[in-house]
Design a binder for this molecule. Structure first.
Ligand code: PEP
Ligand code: MG
Length: 389
């Protein structure tokens, strides 16, 4: 297909901040891409926008004029074009363009977007139950995310199990003495006044109730996003978990060990500061479950290489690098290293569902995505669509 015209413009993301959409016009129609952003970001990821968004979009539109009449026949053409994108646009603008190009190519080849990246495989959603940290404006628990995942080989059964936990949790919260009024954070996790420990207990209880009823294999996870409260070498808890407000690096590892033992944590994301890879390794030595890099690895292949032997799973957030060829490199490296891949939404999303296609095509085992809020549900629904048609 030939790009007749490409245009970038401003739209809102799900957290009411502006982002960029790119529309590509070809003889076959108009194809759209838009990029997410994160509230809690890694020092190792690219920034979505470099200067003022309006200036950047205007300059990006000048670049887009240069790609008029470009022919795209396969993913390699998209990757080659990405390598020509000036550095200042790598982030939100580049990813929006790449997503639009993937949709245009998929239409041209009459292939589902996921199949451009690989074959159909089972991806299970891992979803937020309770939100804290920056996602709850630092007003709630320190742990950024308490998650649930229903294991198995059937996406429908998995969604059903995790949704049951979410609904059960809502019932428990409604009937508790805490002032829960039904609010959710940007990723669809409930926000409450419960502290870290009470929150974990509440989600554990919800899981146990659903497991008792259904017999499903449902597990608890956390994203500690520990970098967000690591200040001058100390983890500073607003709501102490096991008694201490200021926790040293060594004590943080002990604290995580206690949490793993008490809550049988299956998924442990960024339990320590993103720069302290050795500490990730110490936690990995304590468990057979998933020790997951997000802020530590930031979808950057060199970071993944450095994390060898320190983590056994990593998030893939395409906007952390802004270019699909880099996402593919990261994914291939993870496969070589035996790292479990977890595609992930961001806290500030758009309605594009290409993330779900990437998760399926690249062979991710999980998709971290909310089970509430339209822009998240769209992505789960895309997984359900892919597995049922
Ligand atoms: C995360 O930290 O895993 C996350 C999805 O949040 P954000 O997009 O704010 O980084
Ligand atoms: Mg994270």
């Amino acid at each position: 297909m030939k790009i007749k015209n490409a245009k970038a413009f401003k739209i809102l993301n799900s957290n009411s901040n502006f982002t960029v959409q790119v529309n590509i016009t070809s003889d076959a129609g108009v194809f759209k891409g838009s990029s997410p952003a994160g509230e809690s970001v890694s020092a190792f990821e690219v920034t979505p926008f470099k200067e003022g968004l309006d200036q950047e979009i205007s300059a990006f539109n000048d670049f887009l004029k240069k790609i008029e009449n470009r022919q795209l026949s396969g993913l390699d053409d998209i990757y080659a074009l990405e390598k020509e994108i000036p550095k200042e646009f790598v982030g939100g603008p580049s990813l929006s363009l790449s997503y639009a190009m993937v949709y245009a190519l998929s239409h041209e080849l009459n292939k589902e977007p996921y199949s451009l990246f690989g074959s159909k495989n089972t991806v299970l959603p891992i979803s937020k139950m309770l939100g804290g940290g920056m996602h709850a404006s630092n007003l709630g628990m320190d742990i950024q995310e308490i998650l649930a995942v229903t294991l198995g080989d059937d996406i429908k059964e998995s969604v059903d199990g995790t949704l049951s936990v979410y609904k059960q949790l809502k019932e428990l919260l409604k009937n508790s003495t805490y002032s829960f009024v039904g609010g959710v954070d940007p990723e669809g996790g409930f926000v409450t006044g419960l502290d870290n420990y009470e929150s974990l207990k509440m989600v554990k209880k919800a899981i146990e109730k659903v497991v008792e009823k259904t017999g499903k294999d449902i597990r608890l996870g956390i994203d500690m996003a520990a970098s967000t409260f690591f200040k001058d070498g100390v983890y500073v808890y607003k709501r102490p978990i096991y008694g201490k407000k200021e926790v040293s690096s060594g004590e943080q590892i002990d604290l995580i060990k206690k949490l793993i033992d008490e809550f049988d944590l299956y998924f442990i994301e960024d339990p320590v500061d993103e720069s302290l890879l050795e500490d990730y390794g110490k936690i990995l030595s304590l468990t057979d479950n998933l020790v997951v890099g997000d802020d530590a690895t930031a979808t950057v292949t060199e970071r993944l290489e450095k994390a060898k032997g320190k983590i056994n799973a990593a998030l893939i957030k395409p906007n952390q690098v802004g270019l699909l060829y880099k996402v593919k490199e990261f994914s291939d490296k993870a496969d070589k290293m035996g790292i479990i891949k977890v595609a992930s939404h961001r806290s500030e999303e758009t309605r594009t569902t290409l993330l779900s296609d990437l998760a399926v095509g690249l062979g991710a085992k999980y998709l971290k995505v909310g089970i509430n809020r339209g822009e998240r549900v769209d992505k789960i629904n895309r997984l359900l669509e892919i597995c049922q048609v």
